[in-house]
Design a protein around this ligand. Structure first.
Ligand code: 9MR
Ligand code: 9MR
Length: 616
């Protein structure tokens, strides 16, 4: 990987020139730039690094809005304090600046220097270079610069669809036959009820594959759906016109809702109509091999109901009831069915407030043993909170208020599959439901605490060696770390929506820059985007389809010093612990809950770019 490579300085001219006094320097600036670039940058050695070689200067490989902050990070030893922004084709210098002092990263042994070129606002394609034949990958400055990647990360869900073929018209070269019909799945012995003895056949088709594996998990669908429904509610006008090239793009529903319906309809099959409880997952007994979806034949099971799954389901269906109530002519009766599903799930959870999904315990009792993902949450406070928020806002029924109120003072935590309180707060703060004076006052306090939390994130940027919010703490780097970067961004945008303070958007943007390339690995972490992006994600179709390029639009998990997969990594420090090999499910898998906050984040910027003043 990059970062530690030292290269020979091919440009001695720059050194002799740069020892001139200041006045002379000013006068010779233009000449110097011309000479240095003719001498250095036009040499073959200055051609931008190829996709498989790391760059010496890390930058968002997609690009920047004209009036947004723009930063590149030098991760090799710089022999001169100067940096240049040059035209990608012309190689002409368009801006010359001074690098910052050295910064020692807190998350690895890397030492960086910052090149701030925010003053460059002219539309174009550029790269950043420093003397010594070091340069960045290319990037673009223009309005709507994130549009393509924003659509790609949303369209990734289409590629995860279960039980239906992906047609060439929508999937291009990644077209494939349907996988896992799931029209005849078996009730696992862990999931028996009076009307459904073990082996009962249930139909549970459709939905999205969870990740690189082919199973479908309600708990992980919970946070994923909540995050993307929130995106729709926050930027409804934007999403109503957004086209993503999926089937039904011309129907009378926004594309994002068409896609969310695919998984929602599957989720609805996971509820036991007899009691409202929801099964944890629709799964193989053990993971399928690294094969295409259409060729697997292993039986599929619905396993034990659980409190976390049932409350996540209640929250998502309550949110769906609210959103689809605006589409009654397109989907007659659907909103009401969602609400019924939500309230019966809630009742089940009230009666079963601590039903853990403990796979190890289940495997001691029942056959076949289940070894697929556990998503075994043991704490249900946050799920109760989220479900009560969504149910209260949708129904205005005060019976959900007391629990909600009890928990309003809970500490703010970045969301993940087992931390789902924050999306509930976002919903309350965004939709400001009518509440009694005491609860309203509590909510005001929550807003204050959310902004204070956003301040601690935003204030961390300047001390960071990559000038990102991500990496403020080394605990940011765990399994699925890129989703932490995205979720921090979502929090900061919510802070902006509440305060109208642009500093939160600048901070959120730093994490987009992180994900798209300004990080210690030098990768743009989204497949198919940028110059150097993951080629070997732990994603069964991408491994098995014999197409060189992975299926596009997925953010990989990212740096994770846990290295639980025991694959070979070149580096082991928190922010460099990433390896682009298919073996690496702990750093290079993809997952629906990791893409979701990135869908929110990127599309929010596209929706807000003019309001913030980044674009006209
Ligand atoms: O492919 C599986 C991936 O989706 C999971 O995140 C990961 C951890 O549960 O497990 C992967 O499957 C591996 C299994 O755990 C062990 N044998 C090899 C499997 C494929 O790499
Ligand atoms: O994202 C999950 C991560 O937080 C856990 O540490 C890890 C091990 O339990 O599992 C991750 O989730 C995987 C799930 O179990 C199976 N599908 C793939 C998911 C992403 O790796």
């Amino acid at each position: 990987m990059m970062a530690f490579l030292q290269s020979h300085d091919c440009c001695p001219f720059l050194h002799s020139f740069s020892s001139n006094n200041a006045a002379e320097k000013m006068n010779t600036n233009f000449l110097l730039t011309k000479i240095s670039f003719v001498v250095c940058f036009l040499l073959p050695a200055f051609i931008a690094p190829a996709q498989n070689t790391p760059a010496a200067i890390q930058v968002n490989q997609v690009g920047f809005y004209p009036n947004a902050p723009k930063v590149a990070v030098v991760t090799v030893k710089a022999t001169s304090p100067d940096f240049f922004v040059i035209g990608w084709q012309s190689k002409d210098t368009v801006l010359r600046g001074k690098l910052s002092e050295k910064i020692q990263s807190a998350n690895s042994s890397i030492i960086t220097r910052i090149a701030d070129f925010s003053s460059l606002k002219k539309t174009g394609t550029y790269q950043v270079a420093i003397p010594g034949s070091h340069s960045s990958y290319p990037f673009v400055i223009k309005e709507k610069v994130l549009a393509e990647v924003a659509i790609a990360v949303l369209k990734s869900y289409y590629f995860q669809r279960v039980s239906m073929p992906l047609d060439e018209e929508y999937a291009g070269k990644w077209k494939r036959p349907a996988g896992h019909p799931d029209t005849a799945v078996l009730i696992h012995p862990s999931a028996v009820s009076e009307k459904r003895p073990a082996g009962t056949v249930i139909s549970s088709p459709g939905g999205w594959y969870d990740a690189g594996d082919y199973n479908k998990y309600i708990v992980n669908s919970g946070i994923t759906m909540a995050t993307m429904f929130a995106a729709y509610e926050d930027y409804e006008v934007y999403y109503r016109q957004l086209k993503t090239g999926i089937p039904g793009s011309n129907n009378r529903l926004p594309d994002i809702l068409d896609e969310l319906l695919v998984n929602l309809r599957w989720m609805l099959t996971m509820q036991d109509p007899a009691d409202g409880g929801v099964y944890n997952k629709c799964t193989n007994a053990s993971f399928d091999g690294m094969v295409m979806p259409g060729v697997t034949t292993a039986p599929r099971y619905l396993v034990q109901k659980g409190t976390a799954a049932t409350l996540d389901f209640a929250a998502v269906t309550a949110q769906a009831a609210r959103i689809f109530s605006q589409f009654k002519s397109q989907l007659p009766g659907f909103s009401d069915s969602c609400l019924q599903a939500a309230t019966s799930a809630w009742r089940w959870a009230e009666a079963n407030p601590a039903m853990q999904y403990d796979q190890e315990a289940i495997n001691k009792k029942y056959q076949p043993q289940i070894s697929t993902g556990g998503y075994g949450d043991r704490n249900y406070d946050d799920e109760f909170f989220l479900a009560s928020c969504e149910l209260f806002v949708t129904t205005k029924d005060t019976r959900y208020l007391s629990l909600l109120k009890q928990q309003l003072n809970r500490p703010i935590r970045i969301p993940s599959w087992n931390q789902v309180a924050l999306p509930g707060l976002y919903t309350l703060l965004r939709l400001k439901p009518h509440m009694d004076a005491e609860t309203s006052a509590l909510l005001k306090d929550v807003q204050k605490r959310l902004l204070a939390f956003a301040d601690t994130l935003a204030n961390g940027v300047n001390g960071n060696a990559f000038r990102t919010v991500m990496g403020r703490s080394s605990s940011d780097f765990n399994w699925g770390s890129n989703s932490n970067a995205a979720n921090q961004g979502v929090l900061l945008i919510n802070a902006f929506l509440l305060s109208n303070n642009k500093k939160y958007m600048d901070a959120a943007l730093s994490n987009i820059d992180y994900i798209l390339g300004r990080n210690a690995t030098g990768y743009c972490f989204v497949t198919g985007i940028g110059t150097r992006s993951p080629m070997n994600p732990h994603h069964r179709p991408s491994v098995a389809d014999s197409i060189t390029e992975p299926v596009p639009g997925f953010v990989v998990g990212g740096p994770n010093p846990g290295q639980q997969d025991k694959c070979t990594y070149a580096f082991k420090e928190p922010e460099t612990s990433y390896t682009d090999v298919a073996c690496s499910y702990a750093s290079n898998e993809i997952a629906i809950n990791w893409n979701a906050p990135l869908v929110y984040l990127l599309n929010a910027f596209e929706a807000l770019q003019s309001k913030v003043g980044y674009s006209k």
